[in-house]
Design a protein around this ligand. Structure first.
Ligand code: ADP
Ligand code: 5GP
Length: 190
């Protein structure tokens, strides 16, 4: 059993900013760090795998699990529910494994209140227009879903100042190295 408990890293920012891309690079390069698989009521996208990308739940099951206090945080985003299950986080922390939560703003605020020791990182775009081009380029969301996400992005970008760590994802390799360097200085040594 390692001496140090694991740490929680919250990575947030608007849809399309590149959170998933940067986190995948981070996980490839960090030992002792794992991604919490969130629960959601949205439908799987093409290529997404249940249990790997998300735990896909019905609205009824999500509600039951909220009532049973199974979530560390949860929020409604773009017409669907998203949340972090305690079962994804607690045992890992006790075993000395650190955990990345890739979550939206309301969830990040809940974690700030319940786990003030968590490291909070906001990923920002070089300019707001790049969010639209990245979401369109990703090709996973309908035009309506993209508009809804861009509307929410305005509120999210306005909250950037709440975050002690902001990484601008302009050049992806530069941003990835910044994220890795930041996380590695915060990772507990065993
Ligand atoms: P998020 O997880 O924040 O919604 P993604 O990681 O899915 O965002 O990235 C959205 C799209 O933008 C993807 O197609 C990804 O390849 C692309 N992307 C990510 N980072 C950059 C970057 N720095 N420059 C250009 N495109 C990027
Ligand atoms: P997507 O539908 O693009 O996978 O995710 C939409 C938004 O929900 C993204 O901003 C993503 O970070 C956020 N999200 C994913 N999982 C969770 C979660 O467990 N809790 C919260 N609050 N947001 C989440």
């Amino acid at each position: 059993m390692p001496d140090a408990a694991g740490k929680v890293f919250v990575i947030t920012g608007p849809s399309g900013v590149g959170k998933g891309t940067l986190i995948s690079g981070l996980l490839d390069r960090s030992d002792g760090l794992e991604l919490s698989v969130s629960a959601t009521t949205r439908d799987p996208r093409e290529g997404e795998v249940a249990g790997r990308d998300y735990h896909f739940l019905s609205s009824a099951e999500f509600g039951e699990r909220v009532a049973a206090d199974e979530f560390l945080e949860h929020a409604s985003y773009s017409g669907h529910q998203y949340g972090t299950l305690r079962s994804e986080v607690d045992a890992r922390l006790r075993a000395g494994v650190s955990v990345v939560l890739e979550i939206e703003l309301q969830g990040a605020r809940q974690i700030r209140d319940s786990m003030p020791e968590a490291v909070q990182i906001f990923i920002a775009p070089p300019d707001p227009a790049s969010l639209r081009s990245r979401l369109v380029g990703r090709g996973t969301d309908s035009p309506e879903a993209i508009e809804q996400r861009l509307n929410t992005a305005e509120t999210e970008l306005a909250a950037q100042g709440e975050f002690p760590n902001v990484i601008v994802n302009d050049d992806v390799q530069t941003a990835r190295e910044e994220l890795i360097a930041l996380v590695q200085t915060e990772l507990p040594l065993d």
